[in-house]
Write a protein that binds this ligand. Structure first.
Ligand SMILES: [Cu+2]
Length: 174
């Protein structure tokens, strides 16, 4: 209702959404079921995990590894979800669903998630992306979990081709 993205200012009309609303919605802190943003200490703990991911490679089933601690659905539920999910929940409104890229803060959030990935890579140079090999055809995650050298649908890019973010863009850290 206020601020630079307020509908009344006419600068931020939502044209792709799942409802008829044409205005950006947010609900900071989720007042009906209050949650907090991730803390520095929680972030440090997640980055310290040297394991990238673990079988069964499923964000709703695997309970170990950096990927799940950062973005999965099995850890940190008591606090409102994994670090990545909790930021979406804390902002609320559009940020909680598939239309979250409508909110400018989505792009700040995900640029920071990429920075966390870079920091994790630097901290654990001997660790790497997992799984390294394609899953067996009989694996329930076959076709859904992409291994190191498989293209990521609907694109042709493979995880192995984007390991070094510094080839694409760089962060200025001080
Ligand atoms: Cu996200």
């Amino acid at each position: 209702m206020t601020g630079p993205f307020a509908y009344s200012r006419g600068n931020w009309r939502i044209s792709v959404g799942v409802t008829e609303e044409r205005y950006l919605t947010r609900q900071f802190g989720r007042p009906d079921r209050p949650i907090g943003l991730p803390t520095k200490a929680e972030l440090a703990k997640v980055i310290a995990d040297p394991l990238y991911d673990a079988a069964p490679w499923n964000s709703t089933a695997s309970t170990r590894g950096f990927r799940n601690r950062l973005e999965g659905w099995t850890v940190g539920e008591a606090q409102g979800g994994s670090l990545h999910n909790r930021v979406h929940q804390w902002i609320g409104g559009h940020m909680t669903g598939a239309t979250s890229p409508n909110d400018p803060v989505f792009w700040l959030h995900h640029a920071f998630i990429d920075l966390i990935w870079l920091r994790w890579q630097r901290l654990h140079p001997k660790s790497g992306y997992l799984p390294t090999r394609p899953l067996n055809a009989s694996d329930p995650e076959h076709g859904r979990v992409i291994s190191f050298n498989e293209p990521m649908p609907p694109w042709r890019t493979k995880p192995s081709e984007v390991m070094n973010l510094q080839n694409i863009y760089r962060y200025e850290e001080n």
